[in-house]
Design a binder for this molecule. Structure first.
Ligand SMILES: Nc1ncnc2c1ncn2[C@@H]1O[C@H](COP(=O)(O)OP(=O)(O)OP(=O)(O)O)[C@@H](O)[C@H]1O
Length: 250
């Protein structure tokens, strides 16, 4: 493991200490219900060890890219940092409640885009008056004004992701976790998103960005974590880590 060359003078915001995450699943794919079912299916239980002892410290002002193959444990790590996934062992400390923005973040399909903007804004901790005050900025950032009265379920996945991203970045977060949101927008929206991430980072926040787009990672991040089969394979300078990751695929 290598340490990055980026200066890390800010205060620690996230400490991940020997984190392990395990999922129990059933080979049949069925969820357990009741003790008898559990006993009967005991043999079919599979434990997936998704994160295998990760340790690192994130600081104020860092924008940290998280890269790795499908299923390597990136989203599991983000959920654990956000407090949505309990560790099998080890721990995560965060200096304030992290906001997780994922492609699966829950907005309500039956409600219009505009209602979801208000709900999402309230969910980020804004008061109703604050939510009303930032409403137009969110809609403008999303570029979805003409669709804003339509139910969210009529949006394409790219449009929905744009709206989620716009809601999440409308508020300054000390710790923002972005899971793949940048991959979905078009070029113009991506550029705007990346600029906003840099801005959040400059406001002494810490941003984690999970992405399969090495271009987004290199344009936005000051440090990169490479996750491989649940292990932190490399932690350091973006170009060095991305080069090593890409070399491993050849
Ligand atoms: N709820 C779950 N139940 C069972 N197994 C899970 C669950 N969530 C994730 N896993 C498994 O844990 C491992 C890590 O998954 P995770 O989603 O964290 O990977 P990832 O690196 O984010 O993948 P991707 O790049 O494809 O999004 C995978 O083997 C996955 O199948």
């Amino acid at each position: 493991m290598t340490e990055g060359s980026a200066t890390r003078t800010g205060h620690p915001t996230v400490v991940v200490d020997d984190l392990h995450i395990k999922y129990k699943t059933f080979a049949s794919g069925k969820a357990a219900s009741g003790t008898r079912a559990l006993l009967q299916r005991q043999r079919g239980i599979r434990v997936v060890h998704a994160v295998k002892g990760m340790t690192f410290v994130a600081h104020e002002g860092e924008s940290i890219g998280v890269i790795g193959h499908n299923g390597s444990g990136k989203s599991s790590l983000m959920r654990a940092i956000a407090g949505l996934q309990s560790p099998a062992s080890g721990s995560v400390f965060a200096s304030s409640q992290p906001a997780l923005l994922g492609v699966n973040a829950a907005l309500l399909g039956d409600l219009s885009g505009s209602k979801n903007v208000i709900l999402g804004s309230l969910a980020l901790g804004n008061s109703r008056a604050q939510a009303d005050a930032v409403y137009q900025d969110i809609v403008d950032f999303s570029g979805l004004e003409e669709f804003i009265d339509l139910p969210m379920k009529t949006y394409s996945s790219g449009m929905a992701a744009r709206l989620r991203f716009s809601i999440a970045v409308s508020r300054d977060h000390q710790i923002l976790l972005v899971d793949e949101a940048l991959a979905v927008g078009d070029k113009e929206f991506r550029a705007k998103s990346e600029a906003r991430i840099r801005e959040l980072r400059e406001q002494a926040g810490t941003v984690f960005l999970v992405s399969h787009s090495m271009r987004s990672i290199l344009d936005t991040c000051s440090r990169v974590l490479w996750i491989d089969h649940g292990n932190l394979k490399m932690d350091g300078d973006p170009q060095e880590v991305v080069d090593a990751y890409q070399a491993s695929k050849n």
